[in-house]
Design a protein around this ligand. Structure first.
Ligand code: CA
Ligand code: CA
Ligand code: CA
Ligand code: CA
Length: 477
């Protein structure tokens, strides 16, 4: 939108509306720096006639700090030639300024497409005349090969592409991602933090500040606000697990819903029904859905930090240590008010409030089965030894040391101590000599295995005391 500087006559800025529009909102605007009126009106009628309807008037206080916001239901004015104009009062002074910012036209109705996904649009209008950088949208950050760069992204190793619904550009032909509108101080979100994006998951700078996905360098998972679920979960095969989650509700609001998707068959999407090979996701109890937890309720009126638990049946026939998960918080139930989108995709528009978190972590069993870990004096040094029974997905080890009873551990080795049996169901024996010890001092050692995802797992500690050496004088006769 334009910023209007009044020259003594009334100014206007017009927004063209094309398509199906149900609701119009302005964010932190308009603000008039004087007590003059600003009219927002819309025009319908043939040939863009003079048939304007005033939706509201604003009278801003004489301070630039007091922005105003307003929301209007304009569904009654839907027409192919509907326009919205912002009209300043002719009584604005010659030194008064008017800024209109963060205007959103939101379509509330979802029309079915062939695939049942609904129309694919989600847009913001305006935002240029505010001098603050102010992104207010929220997206997922799972790899999406239908991105604005037309660049394939990997979901896992072995050439499995990511086809998760993350970006929202309908022209790309892929599934449309979740998109949330954030409102400072009132938006409920997952975990303890949420970060804002701008325009799309792979477009324009975020507040993080990395784009959520960087297709050209194949870097997904850049959203800094993904903090709703534990950093590590064990995912067994065909067993129920409990996934604790948190959400923050700054001010009391209506019912909220948490949904969880897991790419059980590790094929780069969350849409598998679990009935057809090769997309089979079947346990003895029957087929599973990748829509793993459905519409968990956070009751209306909840405020503060909410703690919930999602009980889901885990599927992991190969003992994979990699999986992509999506967790969403929305005001609407998935599959009801928003239409069918059971694969984690968005309803085709940006929804008010909530958050989408995409998590890629090592959820498998620890990469290393450790048989023994010991530390003992060895000459002038201390030798730490350990033996493994298997090292599936193990990259290597780090060794940490501290003087017994002291606070902080420090790493002993330089580079990672490489795995001797990487990716194999067999073990190896290791010995690490630590010569940099003070005689008589007891040291505690922690061993850390690091898997191929970079996930560390600690073992120990074990303790050894550096030996004293007694030098006997050699007498010459
Ligand atoms: Ca996000
Ligand atoms: Ca979060
Ligand atoms: Ca974010
Ligand atoms: Ca899948």
């Amino acid at each position: 939108m334009e910023g209007c500087h009044n020259d003594g006559n009334s100014n206007q800025t017009v927004v063209e509306l094309v398509g199906d529009v149900d609701d119009m909102e302005t964010g932190d605007a308009p603000d008039s720096s004087n007590h003059d009126g600003v009219a927002m009106s819309n025009q319908t009628g043939g040939a863009r006639g003079s048939n304007w309807t005033q939706l509201g008037r604003f009278a801003g206080p004489a301070t630039d700090a007091a922005y105003q916001s307003a929301s209007y239901d304009i569904s009654g004015y839907m027409a192919s030639n509907t326009r919205i104009r912002f009209l300043s009062s002719s009584s604005l002074g010659t030194r008064d300024y008017l800024y209109v910012d963060n205007v959103r036209i939101v379509a509330a109705a979802v029309l079915a497409n062939d695939d049942g996904r609904g129309p694919d649009y989600c847009f913001t209008e305006g935002e240029t005349e505010d001098y603050l950088y102010d992104p207010t949208l929220e997206f997922g950050d799972a790899p999406d090969s239908t991105n604005n760069e037309s660049h394939s992204m990997a979901a896992y190793g072995g050439g499995v592409l990511g086809n998760f619904p993350t970006t929202i550009n309908p022209a790309l032909g892929g599934p449309v991602g979740m998109c949330h509108i954030l409102r400072q101080g009132t938006t409920p979100f997952l975990g303890r933090s949420v970060t804002a994006e701008n325009t799309d998951a792979d477009r324009l700078a975020d507040s993080d500040p990395l784009y959520n996905i960087l297709p050209l360098t194949d870097q997904p998972n850049n959203d800094g606000g993904d903090d709703a679920i534990p950093s590590r979960l064990i995912l067994p095969h065909c067993q129920a697990i409990q996934v604790p989650f948190t959400a923050t509700v700054p001010v009391a609001t209506g019912a909220l819903y948490v949904n969880v998707w897991v790419d059980w068959n590790r094929d780069g999407d969350w849409g598998d029904p679990g009935t057809h090979a090769p997309d089979q996701v079947v346990c003895p109890g029957g087929p599973l859905s990748e829509w793993a937890a459905q519409n968990l309720l956070i009751p209306a009126g909840t405020t503060g930090v909410y703690h919930g638990v999602a009980t889901i049946t885990s599927y992991n026939p190969t003992g994979s240590t990699q999986v992509w998960m999506r967790v969403t918080l929305t005001r609407q139930q998935v599959g009801a008010a928003d239409g069918p989108r059971q694969d984690g995709s968005g309803p085709g528009m940006c929804v008010d409030g909530g958050e989408t978190e995409d998590h890629f972590r090592d959820y498998g069993p620890t990469a290393v089965k450790l048989i023994s870990l010991a530390a003992a004096a060895h000459g002038k040094a201390i030798q730490v030894t350990w033996e493994t029974a298997s090292e599936v997905d193990n990259a290597g080890f780090n060794l940490y040391r501290r003087e017994a009873g002291r606070e902080a551990y420090a790493r002993v080795n330089g580079g990672l101590i490489p795995a001797q049996a990487p990716g194999q169901e067999q073990g190896a024996y290791y010995a690490y000599l630590d010569p940099d010890v003070t005689p008589g001092v007891a040291y505690e050692y922690l061993l850390e295995d690091v898997d191929l995802n970079g996930t560390p797992t600690s073992h120990g500690p074990v303790v050894a005391t550096a030996p004293y050496f007694i030098f006997l004088p050699l007498l010459e006769r």
